[in-house]
Design a protein around this ligand. Structure first.
Ligand SMILES: N[C@@H](CCC(=O)N[C@@H](CS)C(=O)NCC(=O)O)C(=O)O
Length: 219
């Protein structure tokens, strides 16, 4: 049995979507980010970085995994799902997963900070991050012209990682006009029952709760 430590955020939803997709049984431990539970000593033993998500695999000697990309790879390897074994196909999935982990996630995260939460509106910062996210979306648009899913012909953990963030593009204030392939892909992933279910575990917070959490975390 997997224990999932999470909260209602894109990085958390990656893992609930993957667990649902893989039909792995799991128990849920929702942390209150506004109460800074993720910084408490007991949780730092699970994730030294003090952030969600993290898992403990009780079926594998209580093995702990943090960093959402590493958790996705761990679960894919455990189940043999959503990450091909063939080296080149596997590398393609990992390339797009890293593109999410090093690009889309951090840039959308910063777009959210400056567009939504910063006490002072700094146009340079808002534009910098929104423009960079738009550029990353255009990279995906080109890739998706020739590929049904982001890493090729098959659904993978890279789609899960990217969709979990990109489905929230309007919260980050990103212009998605003129990106028909990105919309096709968003609809394709969004139609999957596991994506719909996992995106609601835990259910999205209201804007007030999000702002309260951000204020605590950023102060
Ligand atoms: N690179 C990490 C990022 C995790 C992350 O930033 N989690 C956010 C929620 S999406 C969090 O826990 N924020 C609370 C905090 O920073 O204290 C991952 O992908 O797991």
């Amino acid at each position: 049995m997997i224990e999932l430590y999470t909260a209602a955020t894109p990085n958390g939803w990656k893992i609930s979507i993957a667990l649902e997709e893989m039909a792995l049984p799991y128990t849920l431990r929702t942390l209150s980010l506004s109460k800074l539970e993720q910084k408490e000593e007991w949780f730092l033993k699970i994730n030294p970085n003090g952030r969600i998500p993290a898992i403990i695999d009780r079926g594998n000697g209580d093995f702990t995994v943090f960093e959402s990309g590493a958790i996705l790879i761990y679960l894919a390897e455990k189940t043999g799902q959503l990450l091909p074994a063939e080296p080149k196909a596997r590398s393609r999935v990992l390339q797009w997963l890293m593109f999410q982990m090093g690009g889309v996630g951090p840039m959308m995260g910063q777009a959210n900070v400056f567009f939504r939460y910063a006490p002072e509106k700094i146009p340079y910062a808002i534009e910098r991050y929104q423009r960079e996210v738009r550029r990353l979306f255009e990279v995906m648009e080109r890739q998706l012209r020739d590929h049904e899913y982001i890493a090729g012909g098959e659904y993978s953990i890279a789609d899960i990682a990217l969709w979990s963030w990109i489905a929230g593009y309007s919260w980050s204030g990103i212009n998605v006009e003129g990106l028909p392939q990105l919309h096709r892909w968003m609809d394709l992933i969004g139609a999957r029952p596991a994506a719909q279910k996992g995106r609601n575990i835990p259910p999205p917070s209201d804007p007030g709760t999000l702002a309260e959490s951000a204020r605590k975390i950023l102060s």
